[in-house]
Design a protein around this ligand. Structure first.
Ligand SMILES: [Zn+2]
Length: 111
């Protein structure tokens, strides 16, 4: 069981590092795009416009908030916070990868 978890973790870290290393993009960029686009549309709309809540997709008449309820606003904020912690994890994983590469080069590079 523990071995399976460890293998899963290694696969996740390697995957994240490879994705970021190859594309130069964070894995969260992709997840963020659609929600961000919907948020921007709702945010730019004027008071009295009928808009779609970026989180739940419900139609409503905009007053001041781009969200139809506080619950949706909370979910949006939590989602953004979650993305930030994933980005930190990605950066840490990338650093471990670079450090390992450097130490391997240092120890075995000139043979
Ligand atoms: Zn909503």
């Amino acid at each position: 069981m523990l071995k399976k978890i460890l293998i899963f973790l290694i696969v996740v870290v390697v995957g994240i590092v490879a994705y970021k290393g190859i594309t130069g993009k964070s894995a969260t960029d992709f997840a963020e795009t659609e929600l961000e686009e919907r948020f921007e549309v709702a945010d730019k709309a004027h008071k009295g416009d009928t808009i779609v809540c970026p989180v739940c997709g419900e139609k409503f008449v905009k007053d001041t908030s781009p969200f139809d309820s506080e619950k949706c606003e909370d979910r949006y904020v939590k989602f953004k916070e979650g993305l930030k912690s994933v980005e930190t994890f990605e950066d840490d994983a990338l650093k471990v990868y670079e450090d390992t590469k450097k130490s391997v080069k240092k120890n075995f590079g000139n043979r």
